[in-house]
Write a new protein. Sequence first.
Length: 122
Amino acid sequence: MENHKLVLPEHLNHYGYLFGGNLLKWVDEYAWIAATLEHPGCKFVTIGLDKVEFRKSVREGAILRFDIRLVKQGSTSVRYQVTVYADDPDSGEEQSIFSTVLSFVCLDSAGNKRAINKSDSG
């Protein structure tokens, strides 16, 4: 699954670079959307990210591409690899700026782990 995001002035810190927290929010949100679409009926919550390391700075006007791939499915949880690329609108060049693996667990209505049923998978 892919998603895109345009970096706007409200996403920047006082030095003119993308706030890392905004990037993490989008990574979490887009991976959650992928998990939810692939497993309808599961109520997923994020339980972890494997690594947080920002490789390149991002400026206003960059177009970010989020590539989200399922890497593992357990009985109650799923893991998604998210790689983020920044596209320079002036040059058209794209480069990887961030990558992590997010883990989600499926919960029941009481907030307890529950199995991801085969019927939950898309």
